[in-house]
Design a protein around this ligand. Structure first.
Ligand SMILES: Cc1cc2nc3c(=O)[nH]c(=O)nc-3n(C[C@H](O)[C@H](O)[C@H](O)COP(=O)(O)O)c2cc1C
Length: 368
């Protein structure tokens, strides 16, 4: 079997693009990507500190900020400014914006270009009511010509690459991603990321790799970035081979295993076996993540870190009393004292796969 990874390929996979071990670097518009494995935005998680800590592990290509509302950006809201905060090490980066109002989207894109940002990602995939209520997000996928006009307005207003992130369509009867991707390409969009579910599916059901493949087939030459449910090296390879996509965006899988990008680099670029992180490396990552958070947020990081406590606790097998303390500490000194105890006692509890700790919409997606 011609699988690079040892897993036999199905007949459908054998007819699709084989994964070359030495691939040329991927370019998106004017930017060359250090890797074909990207970080998909997870609002509330993929902030500067997490992105930076992840980049330091190696193997990460493009990262994208959390979704930023164009109106909020233009009015200089503190929350929006925090979301777009970056650093020289946080490259390559795109800022993701949304709005149902074309002129606002154009103004926000120009503002970002003037401020020195190097890429803009337009969100058309978010199932959140507050996004769709504004006419932004996935609702745009129902209006091909409106969405194309909106995208064209942004592409024509800036020189930096503009990409789009979307779902397969609104629902199973409206799988518009292939037609939209083609139309966007003709307007000058540099790449399109497709989460292989419909808006109606929310986060339920499986990712439809054939739907992503249809989008790949629909465009002439721009990269399509496959997204959805990639948790392992094998998942990433399956995404590439079955869909023929040029790159893969990984969201929850990056939380579950921040070393996934490094593993992909080991396997794909170096032809080596993927290295698992040692316990010390995992604890060092926790410390680095928190330290980077304090550089941006100071003491408020103690509060912000709470949402990660359960995840690190599960991943590192941190005893429950220490995990509880990770949720309550109020100073950096206290954090480091807890970490010392984690170094001594981690593994007392069995470590578990912590995917469930990244909250996804539960129930009707309108309520997310
Ligand atoms: C908590 C959470 C927050 C998300 N925030 C964003 C966002 O800000 N912008 C966006 O385009 N997608 C967002 N997504 C969707 C992800 O980028 C991704 O498309 C989806 O989770 C599927 O990929 P995954 O299985 O690799 O996580 C979010 C998903 C989750 C679970």
């Amino acid at each position: 079997m011609n699988s690079v990874w040892g897993t036999p390929l199905t007949p459908a996979e054998q007819t699709s693009v084989p994964l070359a071990v030495t691939e040329p670097p991927l370019t998106i518009g004017s930017r060359t990507m250090p890797s074909r494995y990207f970080l998909a935005p997870l609002a509330g998680y993929t902030h500067l500190a997490f992105r930076t800590a992840l980049r330091e592990l190696g193997g990460l290509g493009l990262a994208t900020t959390d979704l930023v509302q164009a109106t909020m950006l233009l009015s200089g809201r503190r929350k929006s400014m925090e979301l777009i905060t970056t650093s020289p090490a946080d490259r390559p980066l795109s800022v993701q914006i949304f709005s149902g109002r074309p002129e606002e989207l154009v103004r926000a894109a120009k503002w970002l270009e003037d401020a020195g940002y190097e890429g803009i990602d337009l969100n058309m995939g978010c199932p959140m009511a507050k996004v769709n209520g504004q006419g932004g997000g996935a609702r745009l996928m129902c209006d091909t010509s409106g969405a194309t006009r909106l995208v064209a307005g942004v592409v024509n207003a800036v020189r930096i690459p503009v990409t789009v992130k979307m779902r397969l369509g609104w629902d199973a009867d409206n799988l518009t991603a292939p037609a939209l991707a083609r139309a966007f390409e003709q307007e000058g969009v540099s790449a399109v990321t497709v989460h292989g579910r419909t808006r109606q599916q929310g986060f339920h059901g499986g990712v439809d790799l054939d739907g992503i493949a249809a989008t790949v087939d629909a465009v002439e030459s721009i990269p399509i970035v496959g997204n959805g449910d990639v948790r392992t090296v094998e998942d990433a390879q399956r995404m590439r081979t079955v869909t023929g996509c040029a790159a893969v965006a990984i969201g929850r899988g990056a939380m579950l295993d921040p070393w996934l990008f490094r593993k992909l680099q080991d396997v794909v670029e170096r032809g080596q076996s993927p290295r698992e992180p040692t316990s010390d490396e995992q604890i060092d990552f926790l410390v680095r993540h928190f330290t980077l958070m304090t550089e941006q947020h100071g003491d408020y990081s103690c509060t912000l870190f709470r949402k990660f406590a359960g995840w690190y606790g599960a991943r590192l097998g941190v005893p429950e009393d220490l995990e509880d303390r990770l949720r309550r500490f109020t100073s950096a000194d206290e954090f480091h004292a807890i970490v010392e105890q984690i170094r001594e006692r981690h593994g007392e509890r069995e470590s578990t796969i912590a995917t469930a700790l990244v909250k996804v919409p539960n129930g009707p997606v309108e309520r997310w």
